[in-house]
Write a protein that binds this ligand. Structure first.
Ligand code: GLV
Length: 323
């Protein structure tokens, strides 16, 4: 019997790839940059499995061309790069890598929050610009984190992990979520409307998936509701925030600052207005990037491919309705 063929759209930690290679014939994309759409489509045409990353667009035409495909396994918790409805219509299971990255991503959301609040990147630049001539009472004074109010939008697994960290800083927690009130109260938080959260929070941290309902959830109107001293943190997806509205709010100082791990588009162009602003810290989508977590994500993605090739239920499947 011929072995299944799997296309892996980037180099992964070697242990995961070695394990996958025991189950199928692998083609691993070797470039640092992702295959472009036409190449991905061509590579997937004759494959039984696809191990993708969040940079790969997997849409209905690609799935139609891939007539032998038994599984799509995305090495990410988010899967907005995949037309899951189209995969379901074709009976193709789609896997993701939830849970293993919750704590790492929540650590990073907090790191971003603290860096922006306490102006750490500005401090580094202050020295390299040759400006540190003395201690001064007002230089680089930032915002207190301890005891401040944190608004969490979206109480999924990562939002909860951020809430746990915030409790250690004695923060008041406001949460906007579809989860029941009792779930929110169990975290020592208050469930509030989006408007109330934006008006009352010193920090607003986004933890919703990108869907039609959350696309540009934070735009001009929402930013105008925030305090002039408020800081926005986005480790979710760039398109949850309307970028032009955010740049205007930061430029006009209608909010104080922002910390962004994710942008629209990615990568952010070097002439993007957000990169010109001292009160905006942008980093290149690295919230889950610890060595250990990325290795676990790769192992989970491999587990999903192996199960899919065998016709078994994926351990972490985003469209279980196909079964
Ligand atoms: C990263 O953004 C992920 O979705 O895993």
């Amino acid at each position: 019997m011929s072995r299944d063929r799997v296309f892996v759209s980037r180099q992964l930690p070697p242990a995961a790839l070695d394990r996958l290679a025991q189950h199928c014939d692998l083609e691993v994309w070797q470039d640092f940059l992702p295959p472009d759409y036409a190449v991905l489509r061509e590579k997937t045409e004759s494959a039984q499995g696809l191990l993708s990353l969040l940079t790969d667009r997997i849409d209905a035409p690609l799935l139609d061309a891939a007539s032998q495909l038994k599984v799509v396994s995305n090495m990410a918790v988010g899967y907005d790069n995949i037309d899951v409805a189209a995969a379901s219509q074709r009976g193709i299971p789609v896997g993701n890598t939830p849970e293993v990255l919750n704590e790492t991503t929540a650590d990073f959301a907090f790191a971003l929050l603290m860096s922006v609040a306490r102006r750490i990147p500005e401090g580094k630049k202050y020295i390299s610009d040759g400006k540190w001539r003395t201690w001064h009472p007002t230089v680089l004074a930032g915002q207190d984190i301890y005891g401040a109010t944190l608004g969490i939008i979206g109480l999924g697994r990562i939002g909860r992990a951020v809430a746990q960290r915030a409790r250690g800083f004695d923060m008041r927690l406001l949460v906007n979520t579809l989860e029941p009130e009792s779930e929110v109260q169990a975290l020592g938080a208050e469930k509030v409307s989006l408007e109330a959260l934006l008006q009352a929070s010193d920090f607003v941290s986004l933890h919703v998936p990108l869907t039609a309902a959350t696309h540009h959830l934070i735009g001009k109107r929402e930013l105008a509701l925030m305090k002039p001293t408020a800081i926005l943190i986005n480790t979710a997806r760039g398109s949850v925030v309307e970028p032009a509205a955010l740049a205007a709010a930061l430029r006009e100082k209608s909010i104080l600052a922002a910390g962004l791990d994710v942008t629209e588009p990615e990568p952010i162009p070097l002439d993007d207005p957000l990169l010109q602003l001292d009160n905006c810290l942008v980093v290149p989508h690295i919230a889950s990037a610890s060595v250990a977590t990325r290795a676990k994500m790769a192992e989970m993605a491999v587990d999903n491919v192996i199960a899919g090739l065998r016709g078994e239920r994926l351990p972490t499947c985003v469209n279980p309705e196909i079964y």
